[in-house]
Write a protein that binds this ligand. Structure first.
Ligand SMILES: Nc1ncnc2c1ncn2[C@@H]1O[C@H](COP(=O)(O)OP(=O)(O)OP(=O)(O)O)[C@@H](O)[C@H]1O
Length: 312
């Protein structure tokens, strides 16, 4: 079953085509990430799906509703976690979660929900005594208060320290296992790669691509990267012939190659014959970030350079 169906969605602001003929679907139980540079149209798309912005064209169905007209019956089925919700500082975690839950016909047990987001030991703490990361956990608990079938998560780990980010990822993975469909926006490609079953990349209002991180990596046909520390005393002429593009800087050899197996084999054979160690040898496949930058980044970077040239 589809949780979300978006067909030929259009939203304009005067001359700006913020969302320009975008189509995608999200299955029930899927974690789906919307990615794209600033101004790509992510927020506009998400807010149309949430029912908080009107559209100029196209069809949208979410959980069987048109969000524009779904009203309360629709809102009771979705949860929204914004980047920075304001709280009443004097209330305790438990009081806020209980109040929020009371707005919904279907709800989680208050203490179970607090435990689910990892705030059990802060249950009776006032909001003003929570750290930034703990407030974000409270945000999440409030978004989940109505036991939603679909959760909208807007940049869920922005500003988190690495440990808090990993805990948030565990939590999102747990929600997924509980069957909640999740639409996530993020600027962290590692986050999307870890959490999302599929991602969509938007750029300037257009959908550039959609698929699982593996599908996108395969389709982009980007090279893998072999890196190894190699002293400058080894002459370039002495290196073995490799299929990939070789570069050297700061005592590190980098090989961008479409045949990592063959090139790693040649390098290691060559090193063994010379009794050389290959410290730090690593072979890394292209990441989702590499794919993303290839699909969205370079034209912007080129434009920025062009502008800089102009100024000079
Ligand atoms: N209320 C508005 N009035 C006029 N233009 C708007 C409005 N909201 C968004 N836009 C424009 O629409 C485009 C898409 O904006 P949107 O906020 O959807 O992008 P985004 O992908 O969420 O960006 P970010 O990553 O910076 O949050 C941008 O060019 C933006 O300037």
């Amino acid at each position: 079953m589809r949780a979300i169906e978006v067909r030929h969605l259009i939203r304009r602001y005067a001359a700006v085509r913020a969302v320009d003929d975008v189509s995608f679907t999200v299955d029930e139980g899927e974690v789906f990430a919307l990615l794209g540079p600033n101004g790509a149209g992510k927020t506009t798309t998400v807010e149309i799906l949430e029912g908080y912005r009107r559209r100029d064209g196209g069809q949208v169905r979410v959980l069987g509703f048109d969000p524009a007209t779904g009203g309360r019956a629709y809102r009771e089925r979705i949860g929204i976690v914004l980047q920075s919700a304001g709280f009443e500082e004097e209330f305790s975690v438990r009081e806020l979660v209980r109040m929020q839950s009371s707005l919904y016909p279907r709800r989680h047990d208050t203490d179970e929900l607090i435990a689910l987001v990892g705030l059990a030991d802060k249950r009776d703490a006032r909001v003003k005594a929570l750290s930034g990361g703990q407030r974000r956990r409270l945000d999440l608990a409030l978004g989940l208060a109505g036991a939603p079938d679909l959760l909208f998560l807007d940049e869920p780990t922005t500003g988190f320290d690495p440990a808090a980010r990993h805990r948030a990822w565990d939590l999102i993975a747990r929600l997924r296992h509980l069957g909640t469909t999740i639409l996530l926006t993020t600027h962290y490609l590692e986050e999307a790669e870890r959490l999302a079953d599929r991602v969509a990349i938007l750029r300037a209002g257009r959908l550039v691509t959609v698929g699982s991180p593996d599908q996108l990596r395969d389709a982009a046909r980007l090279p893998s990267l072999i890196t190894v520390r190699l002293p400058d005393t080894v002459a370039a002429a002495d290196l073995p012939a490799l299929t990939g593009a070789v570069s050297r800087a700061d005592g590190t050899l980098r090989v961008r190659t479409h045949d990592p197996l063959a090139d790693t084999y040649r390098l290691t054979q060559w090193a063994r014959a010379r009794r050389l160690e290959l410290p730090g040898l690593s072979v890394a496949p292209p990441t989702l970030e590499d794919v993303y930058l290839t699909l969205t980044g370079e034209p912007d970077a080129a434009e920025a350079e062009g502008e800089a040239d102009h100024d000079r």
